[in-house]
Ligand binder design. Structure first.
Ligand SMILES: [Zn+2]
Length: 252
């Protein structure tokens, strides 16, 4: 397929784990169309989600979902595999009520839960009722998110790059380059980062250069339609060249 995507490539950058630290505010105050993934039931989550919404930024709920390990990092309102449907949807609904500004969700951790059909079906059932989409953080390569979302008619997206799994400046710069390359190849790409000092520094440097590169930073929800469009029109799209490393599936 030869389509000129060098011009008009779009990226979305989602900042996870918002809600615990006053230093998150640096990212909220940035003059850029970042998307904020806010943890429910956190001291600052509601306030920051409200501020982001007032600034016309996308807010999504960063849903704590059970992982294969390190589940002490899940935080409040976690969804786990041993819950009944009633318990599960009640917990999910409480998160939606806590952050009422959200247009979608993504998973915090979730390497165990996102590969299980039943909890994903219960999730999509509620998301469809609330007209919300699911960004798969892709903490496992066996995720069922896209498959189950499609069945329920829920919009879904997939993270391409983790910016700061390794927190060194060099590593974050390298992942940012990957993000740009994927966007130029596919027309769009999605990165997830965290409210780390190093991430803020790299973003401050690189986001001002996007114009020059012909790349546009857009709210995450803007990529929903485009994704559908790409799937419909480019069945010969070659994804085999994408490098996948072990760190791509680390718990985040
Ligand atoms: Zn997270």
């Amino acid at each position: 397929m030869s389509v000129n995507v060098a011009y008009g490539a779009k990226i979305a950058i989602v900042i996870d784990d918002i809600g615990y630290k006053t230093s998150d505010k640096q990212l909220l105050d940035m003059d850029a169309q970042l998307t904020y993934a806010v943890l429910p039931h956190t001291p600052l989550g509601f306030q920051y989600a409200q501020q982001a919404t007032r600034n016309s930024r996308d807010v999504i709920i960063h849903l704590p979902m059970q992982a294969n390990k390190d589940n002490r990092l899940l935080g409040k309102g976690a969804l786990t595999h041993d819950m009944s449907k009633r318990q599960y949807q009640k917990t999910l609904l409480a998160a939606l009520e806590d952050i009422p500004f959200a247009v979608g969700v993504n998973n915090h951790m979730g390497s165990l839960l996102t590969r299980q059909e039943q909890p994903m079906a219960w999730t999509m059932e509620l998301l469809r009722q609330h007209n919300m989409f699911f960004l798969d953080s892709k903490t496992t390569k066996n995720s069922k998110v896209e498959q189950v979302a499609t069945r329920y008619g829920v919009g879904s997206l997939e993270r391409n790059v983790f910016l700061d799994h390794n927190r060194s400046h060099a590593a974050i710069e390298w992942q940012f380059k990957r993000l740009i390359n994927v966007a130029k190849r596919d027309g769009s790409a999605i990165a997830i980062g965290h409210p780390y000092r190093e991430t803020i520094e790299v973003l401050s440097r690189r986001l001002v250069e996007l114009d020059k590169l012909g790349v546009e930073l857009v709210p995450l929800s803007q990529l929903l339609d485009q994704e559908t469009h790409l799937v419909e029109t480019s069945d010969d799209r070659d994804t085999s060249t994408e490098q996948v490393s072990a760190s791509d599936f680390a718990p985040q």
